[in-house]
Design a protein. Structure first.
Length: 404
C-alpha cells in the first residue's frame, strides 16, 4: 500500500473516530440536558401553581432550590461538552498543522522536479540519454529510469492534490466544531442568567419565610403528627402479616414460592421501577435532613415526597396485591401493596380506585394525589419496605429504586 493511500486512510480513520466518539458523548449529554430541561419546565409550572394559590411559600422555596440544582447541572453539562469540543479542536489543529507541513514538503519536492524537467525538456536529450548507452542492458535500464521518473512526477502531483483535499476537509470539520462551540457557549450564558435569577428568587423567598417562623413550626408539627399516624398504621398492618406468616411456619417468617419469585423480580428491577406519578419533582428526600427554612430543626422521612400537578394520578410501581387501604379522613388516604418480601406505600391520596386483596399490575392507576387545602401542596408520599428472613422490616430509599 502506497504512503499516500496510508495517509488518506489515516485521515479518514481520524475523522471517523473523532466524530464517532464525540457524537456518542454528545448524544448522551444532549439526552441528559433534555431531561434536565423537562425538570426545569415542570418546576416552573409547579412554582407558578404554588404562587397562584398564595398558600405555601415553603413549597415554592423547595421547588426553587430544585430548579437551582437542575440549572447548575445543565451548565456543568454545557461546560463538559465545550471542554470536549476544545479537545477535538486542538486535535484537529494538530492534524492540520501536520498535513500542512507534509503538503509544503511535497510542493517543494515537486517544484524541484519541474525545474529538472524544464532543464531536460527536449525529447532529443532523452533519446540521446538512452542511445548513448554502452550496451543494450544499460539502454534498457535508462528507459526504465525515464519511465519511473515520469511516473514519480505524476504521483507527486497526485499526492499534492490528495493532501490539499484532506486539508480542506479537516478545515471544514474544524469550522463545524467551532460553530458548535459558539452555539453551546450562547446557550450556557442564557442558562447562567436564568440560574442567577433563580438564586435571587430563592433568597427572597427564604427571607420572607423566616419572618413567619411561628406559622411554619405549626405546619411542621402537624406534618410530623400525620407522618407518625401513617407510620404506626403501616407498622401495625405489616406486623400483622408477619405474625400470620410465623404462625403458619413454626415461628419463622416464610414466603410462599410465588411470593418468593415476586420478591426476586421486584429486587431485579431496582433502579428501573416506574415513578408512582407520571410527572413530578422529588421535593422531600429519604432519611434525616435539615428543614429548608427553620435552622437547627431536623426532618425524618421514611420515603420520598413527589410534588406534582393538581389532580395527578398515582400508579403502582410493580405488580402485587393490595394489603390495605387506609383512610385518615382530612389527612388523605393511603394504599399498601404486597410484592412478596417488599411493600410499597402510597399516601396523601385523595381518591382511591382499588380495594384490599385486589391484584395490581405495574403502572395500574390506584388513586389521585390530594391537594392540601391549608398549604396548597399537591404532594404524593411514597415508601418502600423490605421484610427480611427474621421478620424485621427495613426501610428503603425509594429514590434509588425508581428509574432516573
Amino acid at each position: 500500500m502506497s504512503l499516500i493511500r496510508k495517509n488518506k486512510l489515516f485521515l479518514i480513520a481520524f475523522l471517523i473516530l473523532t466524530f464517532k466518539v464525540y457524537g456518542q458523548d454528545k448524544a448522551q449529554m444532549q439526552k441528559e440536558r433534555d431531561e434536565l430541561s423537562d425538570k426545569i419546565s415542570l418546576t416552573n409550572q409547579l412554582i407558578k401553581e404554588s404562587e397562584s394559590q398564595q398558600k405555601n411559600s415553603e413549597q415554592s422555596l423547595v421547588l426553587l432550590n430544585k430548579q437551582v440544582s437542575y440549572r447548575d447541572q445543565l451548565i456543568k453539562s454545557f461546560n463538559q461538552e465545550i471542554r470536549e469540543l476544545d479537545r477535538n479542536i486542538k486535535a484537529n489543529n494538530q492534524e492540520i498543522e501536520s498535513l500542512q507541513n507534509e503538503l509544503d514538503e511535497l510542493k517543494a519536492e515537486y517544484a524541484h522536479l519541474i525545474q529538472q524537467a524544464y532543464k531536460n525538456r527536449d525529447s532529443y536529450d532523452k533519446l540521446m540519454f538512452v542511445f548513448s548507452a554502452s550496451s543494450f542492458n544499460q539502454a534498457y535500464k535508462r528507459i526504465k529510469f525515464v519511465q519511473q521518473y515520469t511516473s514519480y512526477r505524476q504521483k507527486q502531483a497526485e499526492a499534492i492534490k490528495i493532501k490539499s483535499d484532506d486539508l480542506v476537509e479537516l478545515n471544514e470539520s474544524l469550522e463545524v466544531k467551532k460553530n458548535q462551540k459558539q452555539v453551546l457557549a450562547t446557550e450556557k450564558n442564557k442558562e447562567k442568567k436564568k440560574l442567577d435569577e433563580s438564586i435571587v428568587s430563592s433568597k427572597k423567598t427564604l427571607t420572607s419565610l423566616q419572618q413567619n417562623e411561628k406559622e411554619l413550626k405549626k405546619q411542621l408539627k402537624q406534618q410530623v403528627k400525620q407522618r407518625q399516624k401513617l407510620n404506626k398504621a403501616i407498622d401495625r398492618i405489616i406486623a400483622e402479616e408477619i405474625r400470620k406468616s410465623k404462625e403458619k411456619n413454626s415461628g419463622n417468617f416464610k414466603l410462599t414460592p410465588e411470593a418468593k419469585e415476586l420478591s426476586e423480580k421486584f429486587s431485579k428491577n431496582k433502579g428501573k421501577l416506574p415513578w408512582p406519578t407520571e410527572k413530578g419533582i422529588i421535593t422531600g428526600t429519604f432519611g434525616v435532613h435539615n428543614h429548608p427554612v427553620l435552622p437547627g430543626i431536623k426532618i425524618e422521612n421514611n420515603g420520598i415526597d413527589i410534588t406534582t400537578e393538581k389532580g395527578s394520578g398515582v400508579r403502582a410501581v410493580f405488580t402485587g396485591t393490595i394489603s390495605a387501604v387506609l383512610d385518615f379522613q382530612h389527612m388523605g388516604k393511603a394504599v399498601i401493596i404486597n410484592h412478596g418480601a417488599y411493600r410499597t406505600v402510597y399516601s396523601n391520596l385523595n381518591d382511591v380506585f382499588v380495594e384490599q386483596g385486589q391484584q395490581i399490575d405495574t403502572k395500574q392507576l390506584i388513586g389521585t394525589v390530594l391537594t392540601n387545602k391549608q398549604t396548597g401542596k399537591t404532594e404524593a408520599h411514597f415508601e418502600i419496605l423490605y421484610i427480611n428472613n427474621k421478620g424485621a422490616f427495613v426501610k428503603q430509599n425509594p429514590a434509588i429504586w425508581i428509574s432516573h
